[in-house]
Design a protein around this ligand. Structure first.
Ligand SMILES: *[C@@H]1O[C@H](CO)[C@@H](O)[C@H](O)[C@H]1NC(C)=O
Ligand SMILES: *[C@@H]1O[C@H](CO)[C@@H](O)[C@H](O)[C@H]1NC(C)=O
Ligand SMILES: *[C@@H]1O[C@H](CO)[C@@H](O)[C@H](O)[C@H]1NC(C)=O
Ligand SMILES: *[C@@H]1O[C@H](CO)[C@@H](O)[C@H](O)[C@H]1NC(C)=O
Ligand SMILES: *[C@@H]1O[C@H](CO)[C@@H](O)[C@H](O)[C@H]1NC(C)=O
Length: 931
């Protein structure tokens, strides 16, 4: 009740209908006792009670409303003493998680407690050594010492509004009706049937902020939701502490403090999508909107000053406006602004805006240049916004071009709060932990890396009074992990939301002991300094190129390609030495000679237990054909679409383009791939037609096409795409392909089994048609064709048939993410399924490789491979895993003489978070290049 917080105030509903006059009198006496907060100042009149003015009927309500404007947002004062959650589902049994290693979220992310957790009535009721004898119906879960964290919190998601599977008719992320529309609400477009929810929970994410898109300067209000399914099955039932007016649109208890609201803002390039604006228009639109809100707020404050003083004469109605009330709330400090904003120019614009209109920004999102301008952030009204960023997804437009993997570390060093986010479905929210892991790998301390996907985002969204901590009184949202959550491939074994276990029969694989601790990551201090010094564009080419003798000492492992296999030459902690001369290994093992006079002038590199491994190969993205994905003037462009009748006559009947003719070297993504051990790229021409043309294999470390070894193979495979997502029917696509395979001169080598054909296909139904087509063509020609399928989301459904037909599979992405309708029947792996697609295909003797879809991802191939090895449902050794992105991939694409570059890492193997790539050994160039 209200007496506690507002002395002297009589609740209008407390005593039935008392006589109006007495109540009004009592009310004003109370008003004089009010202590006023700093947000609004009213003039109070002490002699209000002696006046004789006509008091409007709604006076009481109005006075309450005016007082409510003074309350700061947040939970009610007694919130921490709740004993049951408002989200508790009747019948949920209490759970006793035994023997857990608990990262609680406390002590700035440093607190770890070993012990038990009790979940009951939707809350965490106890943590540590618990006495539970009074509980009868306790469900026991023995964590066996496993890591437990609070559920992850994704501060930037479009789940439900850019809903999966992606259907053109159902995109609800951005309105085209205006540029500044604070009155729109993502809640109104939230599809509870989005197929992503289940997979997201399987990644340990329990709560997220669902934002409108960024194609408007103000896209609308965002909402915090818990991802578990509800009995009611509605968007409303998913909401976590929505504004009171959302819960009950007709009545808001004016004595309650308001709940935090959330709102999307965007600056820079994206708001052009709807109105084709410049940055100047964009900021003006925001200023115009905020000015409207300011005028309205001032009217309200003036009005309230009079109302609270009892000066009703001529006061009229409380000034309000349904379209602008949310923006007024921004000015009242009641809204968490999530501001999509990338570059220095944009960040500066927004900081100026906050000071002009006096409102805080909770976080800059994407925020690729925040690490370059921390001081500008510190000038923001109300304190520096947090930076909510990606780990390695960058360079896709100018705004992102100077993004850095070292940004999390640099921001943290500057005292800026760091949040790692998914922007789902841009990244799959399921793998939010991977963003934190990478941030940690590139220098963000472990406590802050875990906080960046748990406690920090919850705090930024104003929800840290109830989620994102394993503490008594917090929501019962906890995750049991199969390894340390910052270890590569960490996967939940079970997830509870509101105390409800999310998986009936969760599956898991046993992780190695080395995965049970936080990885000891390399030192990237110098790289981080360079990123700042060079304004985000540090030199990426090798620092030295050495054709003389290089002696690697303390090498603990050497893995090489031998014919088409990957073999381990040695693997022990012994102090092995590898001597390289002119880019060729001349000795490996003890090599005592390395310490003789003969090598007195050699360059010595101490690998500190590091490794030498085969250079990896990337396939699937436009790497080598495009610098900036979203800027067509920076790339080769699309190949003609033969089925859409747009083939220029100049090119003759069936022109097949060759990617080799469009190669562009030294893109930043290419150089980053090289620096991270991906030495070969294989790329097909772009475009979405049936036939894109010939792929090319190239060295990612070359300067231009004429350098030795820059082009590894001119024509690798012919690439064809078959999809439901096409302007031509699938049957037309198949008919055309049949014709090409049987008749077309350009396909003669395919017909003769001399040239590999790679068909990009996801649907199992199209795949089945292709297997039949292959049989049909081979029946007519009597020759086996070399067919590989790429993409292959649903390929596991035909694993036996593919194995029998000798068709290999390039899974792309390596970790299934069903975005389109034709990708829906994926196998999602633990904890949802015991099997993984790689496991199922390999069990049927299908040759499997992995690819990446976007060029920024090429650099992460080493981690994808390591992840595959760690999560395989059936044994996949590290050498077999390396083969997924080298020998198997090269074989499936038809690369006949692959590069024999080797990757040198310090302090660990190529596939883990503890090592750093320090050099590439290139026999072709005859050098060792070091970074
Ligand atoms: C907790 O689990 C670890 C790992 O399985 C085990 O060694 C230890 O004995 C367990 N402790 C208790 C108290 O059960
Ligand atoms: C909204 O509040 C009013 C007044 O307390 C109440 O009568 C009504 O049932 C509430 N509606 C909902 C949907 O909670
Ligand atoms: C090492 O370099 C010195 C000075 O250039 C030269 O005199 C010597 O012959 C070199 N030794 C070897 C083994 O190459
Ligand atoms: C080799 O490196 C490992 C890991 O850094 C280290 O523990 C070991 O002492 C090193 N051995 C020698 C002989 O330097
Ligand atoms: C896979 O190949 C192995 C070895 O050639 C063979 O023993 C096994 O039966 C094959 N499995 C399937 C499912 O064809």
């Amino acid at each position: 009740m209200s007496e506690k917080t507002l002395p002297g105030y009589l609740h209008p509903r407390a005593n039935g209908q008392p006589k109006r006059s007495t109540r009004i009198f009592g009310l004003f006496a109370g008003a004089a006792l009010l202590s006023l907060g700093s947000l609004v100042s009213f003039t109070l009149s002490n002699n209000a009670e002696h006046r004789t003015t006509r008091i409007p009927l709604h006076a009481e309500e109005t006075v309450l409303k005016c007082r409510q404007l003074l309350l700061p947002p947040g939970p009610p004062a007694d919130f921490a003493s709740r004993t049951i959650s408002d989200r508790f589902v009747d019948g949920t049994k209490p759970v006793h998680i035994k023997n857990a290693t608990i990262w609680t979220g406390g002590v700035d992310g440093h607190e770890v407690i070993t012990g038990d957790i009790l979940l009951d009535r939707g809350l965490i009721q106890g943590v540590g050594q618990l006495e539970l004898s009074s509980y009868s119906e306790l469900v026991e879960y023995d964590a066996q010492g496993a890591w437990v964290t609070p559920g992850l919190f994704d501060l930037h998601s479009h789940v439900g509004v850019y809903s999966l599977p992606r259907l053109d008719g159902a995109a609800d992320g951005n309105s085209h009706n205006g540029n500044v529309q604070p009155w729109l609400r993502s809640l109104d477009g939230l599809n509870t049937h989005d197929t992503a929810f289940e997979a997201i929970i399987a990644g340990g994410i329990t709560t997220g902020v669902v934002l409108p898109g960024s194609a408007n300067s103000v896209g609308g209000q965002a909402f915090v939701v818990k991802y578990r399914p509800t009995a009611e099955k509605t968007p409303s039932a998913m909401l976590l502490e929505p504004p009171h007016s959302i819960v009950n649109g007709s009545y808001v208890d004016p004595t309650l403090p308001p709940r935090w609201r959330q709102m999307k803002h965007a600056c820079g390039e994206n708001p052009r999508r709807v109105y084709s604006q410049t940055r100047m228009d964009n900021i003006w639109d925001l200023r115009e909107g905020y000015n409207k809100a300011r005028v309205l707020k001032e009217k309200q404050d003036t009005y309230c000053a009079s109302a609270l003083a009892g000066e009703w004469e001529g006061l009229g109605e409380y000034p309000d406006d349904l379209q602008w009330e949310a923006f007024v709330d921004v000015l009242r400090g009641r809204v968490k602004i999530h501001n999509h904003c990338y570059e220095a120019v944009d960040l500066d614009n927004m900081v100026r805006l906050t000071n002009e209109f006096k409102f805080p920004i909770a976080a800059f999102h994407h925020a690729h240049e925040t690490y370059l301008v921390p001081d500008a952030l510190k000038r923001a009204y109300g304190g520096p916004p947090a930076a909510a960023i990606f780990a390695t997804n960058g360079r896709y437009k100018r705004e992102a071009y100077r993004g850095s993997e070292f940004a999390p570390k640099i921001l943290a060093d500057n005292g800026i709060q760091v949040v790692m986010k998914s922007d789902h479905p841009v990244l799959n929210s399921r793998y939010l932990a991977f963003e934190a892991q990478q941030a940690h790998y590139y220098g963000l301390p472990a406590n802050l890396a875990l906080a960046s996907v748990i406690t920090t985002p919850a705090k930024i969204a104003g929800m840290d009074h109830r989620v994102a901590a394993v503490k008594p009184g917090y929501d019962a949202d906890v995750v049991v992990w199969d390894s340390h959550p910052l270890a590569l491939g960490a996967t939940p074994k079970q997830v509870w939301i509101d105390g409800i276990p999310q998986f009936e029969t969760p599956h898991s694989v046993i992780k190695p002991a080395s995965s049970q601790k936080s990885p000891e990551t390399p030192n990237f201090e110098q790289e981080a300094k360079d990123a700042v010094q060079y304004d985000g564009l540090p030199p990426l080419k090798a620092a030295t190129s050495n054709s003389g003798a290089v002696v690697f000492t303390n090498v603990s492992e050497m893995i090489i390609k031998k014919e088409s296999n990957i073999i381990t030459t040695f693997e022990d902690a012994g102090n092995n030495v590898v001597i390289v001369e002119n880019g060729h290994i001349t000795c490996s093992g003890s090599c005592a000679i390395a310490f003789s006079e003969e090598y007195a002038n050699a360059t010595f590199m101490d690998l500190q237990g590091g490794s030498i491994s085969p250079g990896l190969t990337t396939f699937g993205s436009p790497l080598g054909l495009q610098h900036i994905t979203q800027e067509s003037s920076t790339g080769d462009g699309p190949a003609p679409n033969h089925l859409a009748g747009k083939v220029p006559g100049l090119l003759g009947p069936l022109p097949l383009v060759a990617a080799v003719d469009g190669l562009l070297y030294e893109s930043r993504d290419m150089l980053l791939a090289y620096r991270h051990g991906v030495t070969t790229g294989i790329s097909a021409p772009g475009g979405r037609g049936l036939v894109s043309g010939f792929s090319v294999a190239f060295s990612t470390g070359a300067g231009h096409k004429l350098e030795d070894g820059a082009v590894i193979q001119n024509s690798v495979a012919i690439h064809v795409t078959l999809s439901l997502d096409s302007s031509t029917s699938v049957s037309t696509q198949v008919a055309a392909l049949r014709h090409l395979l049987l008749e077309e001169a350009a396909f003669e080598d395919v017909r003769k089994g001399l040239q590999t054909i790679v068909i990009h296909v996801d649907s199992a139904d199209i795949l089945a048609t292709l297997i039949l087509l292959k049989r049909e063509v081979e029946g007519k020609t009597g020759t086996a064709i070399k067919l590989t399928v790429a993409g292959a989301a649903e390929a596991h459904l035909l694993a036996a048939e593919l194995g029998e037909a000798g068709v290999g599979v390039i899974l792309m992405p390596a970790r299934s993410f069903p975005v389109k309708w034709e990708q829906q029947r994926v196998v999602l792996g633990p904890p949802l399924t015991a099997e993984t697609p790689i496991g199922i295909l390999r069990a049927h003797n299908v040759t499997v490789a992995i690819g990446v879809e976007e060029q920024w991802g090429a650099r992460n191939t080493r981690f994808e491979v390591g992840w595959a090895a760690l999560s395989a449902s059936t044994e996949l050794s590290r050498t077999e895993a390396i083969a997924l992105a080298s020998t198997e991939l090269e074989e499936l694409l038809g690369l006949t003489s692959p590069s024999s570059d080797l990757v040198v890492t310090q302090k660990g193997g190529l596939l883990d978070f503890e090592s750093k790539v320090v050099a590439i050994i290139s026999p072709t160039k005859g050098v060792v290049e070091s970074f």
